[in-house]
Ligand binder design. Structure first.
Ligand code: 5AD
Length: 332
């Protein structure tokens, strides 16, 4: 067990070199040298929500809104299979009208039958009946970040959230665990108004929930959003070092978890982000397989960098990074 004080110490100590070394050692013993690649497919930029931080929010008129066709999505999954990834992540802006229970079920069945890839869903807050049917159709995992355990802050940045005692996303995660999903969650680091103390609670909550996967990224200001335009700041630093400390602490708290080095981290520092992420206990990387002509529409934050997997050079660059670190791609 790690105490709150120990976690706070890890987050604020002058050097984190020992913390990173310990996290690497634990990853080595639980995961070996293999890094899982998950092919991210961004199905659509159409969103019914108005989250104050997200560039794809419904009320941002400057977004190019697109939605992929089912055949295009299955073709991306086939590419993931060809590249020996093992899993695709179907992510989209929240939109029940577009991603109906039936349509998603059909997609899951097709991807499994036609490509053999595992399917992770990341379609936002959905009903118990929806996620039950998708599980029955063969979905393996669901990603839903709870963004922050601070309920006041959560409600401020998610207009229209229910005023329930229970965190709505935590409630959904627990339901999906009962339904047989592997569950993934996570938070943004450095949201205006977020405190260090609440990040300690976030990290401990990953452990309480025994998450199978934890995604953590720095909060990146989007100028076309209310939060991006506000003067509010956070005592939580937006930095590669702080994000990597959170990866390492998560690795200590959940030795077996799958922890991606996130796109937001690579965007914050395109040169060193992913190397540092993979050097602080992360064991997953999620190359973007969305067709290039759609990508511009999926700007949840500005300057989002994408590993263009179909272009062999950037996938090669990723593999070269693995080799430098003594790691290798692993199917799973
Ligand atoms: N900065 C960083 N991460 C963001 N996300 C959404 N908007 C931003 C932003 N401005 C993250 C949220 C969401 C995930 C898909 O992207 O954590 O869950």
């Amino acid at each position: 067990m790690m105490t709150r004080e120990e976690i706070l110490h890890h987050l604020t100590a002058p050097s984190a070199a020992n913390l990173f070394a310990e996290a690497r050692q634990i990853r080595q013993s639980t995961k070996g040298n293999g890094i899982f690649l998950r092919g991210l497919i961004e199905l659509s930029s159409i969103c019914q929500r108005n989250c104050l931080y997200c560039g794809m929010r419904h009320d941002n008129p400057k977004v190019h809104r697109y939605a992929m066709q089912d055949d295009e999505i299955v073709a991306c999954a086939a590419l993931a299979a060809q590249l020996d990834f093992g899993t695709v992540v179907l992510q989209a802006g929240e939109c029940e009208r577009l991603w109906t229970r039936e349509r998603v079920s059909t997609l899951i069945r097709r991807i499994k039958a036609e490509t053999g890839q595992k399917v992770t869903l990341s379609l936002g807050e959905r009903s118990e009946a929806d996620t039950a049917e998708w599980k029955a159709a063969g979905a393996d995992r669901y990603l839903l970040r709870f963004e922050t355990t601070d309920r006041t802050l959560f409600n401020q940045i998610h207009p229209g959230s229910p005023q329930t005692d229970e965190h709505p996303r935590v409630a959904q995660l627990l339901r999906m665990r009962e339904q047989g999903y592997e569950i993934g969650s996570g938070v943004m680091l450095g949201i205006p108004g977020q405190t260090l103390d609440s990040v300690v609670t976030d990290l401990l909550t990953f452990q309480t929930l025994q998450l199978d996967m934890v995604g953590l990224g720095p909060y990146l200001r989007h100028p076309e959003t209310p939060l991006g335009q506000s003067a509010l700041t956070s005592e939580v630093p937006v930095s590669v070092d702080f994000t990597c400390r959170c990866y390492a602490i998560t690795r200590l708290l959940l030795p077996n978890a799958n922890i991606p080095s996130t796109t937001a981290l690579s965007t914050l520092d395109p040169i060193n982000g992913r190397t540092q992420g993979l050097s602080s206990g992360a064991n997953v990387f999620m190359p973007n397989l969305t067709p290039a002509f759609y990508r511009e529409g999926y700007q949840i934050y500005p300057g989002k960098i994408c590993v263009i997997a179909p272009q062999a050079d950037s996938l090669d660059a990723l593999k070269a990074t693995f080799t430098t670190l003594g790691l290798h791609q692993q199917n799973g």
